[in-house]
Design a protein around this ligand. Sequence first.
Ligand SMILES: [Zn+2]
Length: 407
Amino acid sequence: MSAFSLDRQYQRTGTRFKLYVQSPASKCFPEPQTVWVSSRAGTLAPGPSDKRMHVVAARDKKHYEDEDKPPYKGPASPGVRTNRLGHFDHLTPTDPGFAAAHMFGSVRRVLDVWETYFGGPLPWHFQWSFKTLEMIPWVDWDNAHFGWGFMEFGHGGKAGKLDDRAYCLNFDVLAHECGHALVYATVGIPEPEKLTTEYRGFHESASDIVALLSALHFDSLIDYVLEKSEGDLYAANELNRIGETSETEQIRIASNTMTMDDVIDTSMPPQDATGKQVHALGQPLTGALFDILIELYQKRLVARGLVSQEYASMSREVETSGEPNNAAHRALMASYRRHPEKFTDSLREARDMLGRRLARCWHQIDPQNLTYAKVARMLLLADHQISGNTHQKVITDCLRWRRIFVG
Ligand SMILES: [Zn+2]
């Protein structure tokens, strides 16, 4: 069992980018951090661009409407170039080309994470129509979308201004949109008459989990989350505190308490469900996957002798009763203060355990007539293929608490 580090893996051969861990507007991580992506240093062309994607810094562009298709042919700023060593980390947030590099580096990073979980390259789902993904870092629009052959980002800030609310500087938003592409590429697209409301909810949930697990590849985010919670990711009050103080959007979304009783009836026809309802429908599944992540983390703590098995069992009671167990919580905090690095390793391992199981699940699931019950079954099958019966009960329990039953 070992977690992988993309930075370590690509430090000698890869290309350096500076990426924000969270939106620069969130203030938790005000400075962008240096990461290494898999592209060999010196191989990226101006844009940045490579064989599968290219950034176009469009000027005065209107966002694409339903019928619009790439390529964009209007005015654009010249593509940003590497430094003489073949990297992009010489750019700082005040440089005009920073947004373009940030967008490319973030998407490449998400692909590196998930290609590792899937064990090979993940081609775009639109590859028969377009060879390369067109990436537009900024249009004056309060939204972001991933369409057929393009990815285009607006902002949550003032109209007409590329400021720290620009979505192309927000790793969560970039990774979430990329998550939609990964689901299309790996799970597939159902025929129109076999599209279900649950497929739409599953898409949103999967994209949130892609964003969460990808963000957990920033060591600084792992350290931050563990420090804030003092190692106790399960006690409900601690989780809420992370949500409140961290402004870490993906964690706030993932650590929700919604069950299938809180969302729309899944028999509602898919075309009738609003975007808001579909996002809400994703939440019980996202919450279950988050709980599984925390359970796997705790199992790693127990395996390392950092906490007792009794503690792990007690913290499940916390989850179901909502009552924090102070003795268990104090024991865990004391252990964290003695060995913070072992807690870091445990969370990284749990992250990769969940990532690998999701990759298998998505590979094996049928997009036609998809239901959460089938997703649950395929997740259990994927887990069983990897580690037999070891984690089956915990996964079933986490799903059942959300009222997702195995079909
Ligand atoms: Zn989405």
